[in-house]
Design a protein around this ligand. Sequence first.
Ligand SMILES: [Zn+2]
Length: 324
Amino acid sequence: MIAKPCSITLRMKKLQVLERRILPNHPVRQDVSTELSNRMAGYKGEKSLDFHLSMLSESKYYIFHGLRLKYRKYFFQLDNFLLCPSFGLNLEVKNMAGKLHFEKKFNQMVQTKKDSSARKTNPVLQAKLQAIKLKKWLKEHNCPDIPIYYFFVNSNSKTRIVSESGNENVTQHICNSELLLDKIFQIEDTNKADLLTVKDVRKIKRLLLSNHTSENPDILQIFNLTQKDIRTGVQCPNCNFIPMKYSRGNWFCSSCKEKSKTAHIQAVYDYFLLIKPSITNSEFRLFLHIDSIHIAQKLLGSMNLHFTGSFKNRVYHAPPFMEE
Ligand SMILES: [Zn+2]
């Protein structure tokens, strides 16, 4: 069964808002779009893998997507992890196009597309490193020792993967989505004995889920931006125009004539994601282009946000679902 479903991460949500709100001709804009589209491609790759993994026995396997755990001082992330009573399996999933060439020398991977060729982080080594970290992490949490296998799975069916002979150490850990089930059945064949009881497996499942920590990056800092690089104002839900104007209970878009009673909600969420997870009345007025302290209070109040402080110094906090 799926113990932790595949979801759009906080970093991706923040990138989406930044892409909508960064100044149109900003030099960093393209970098933001590139990172977002790479991450969305990865997300789609993982989603497509779910179809293949759904063929596995529901009662035997727990499937975890996007686990992020802390080992000693540092975090490591497992794109997809499968746990059953006899072994664990880490799957590093990518959706890479073109030709992937695994070179024996220096253990490199070179990706060739139409007219360009670039060295990329070797995903097999990545998968291996994560498996090693997980093994250490489980040991430190007093879990019984189980073998942890690992694969790099490329979910793009058009991609050609090539390797030099003598590189089997690496290539035996590569497969495409269609072959994945066969590979898992092979591992099952060589690991017939249960090393974990049902209780052990459940305990590890709980341990993994309760220690998972979502990455919550300061997205402006990552791209070396400040609030000045961001377009403030309420954004039109229909055409993305900024800013909508507020008048007598409605937000109006001067570009497409859209009318909305609730467009400020997204603007506040955007503020939480880009700037910080709380907002005051004066910050609200600045960000949403509202002059009246009373209208600001009415709109903020209508959102049922958790708040602290007395009226004048009231601070409204982001809902918990925005920090996952
Ligand atoms: Zn509009």
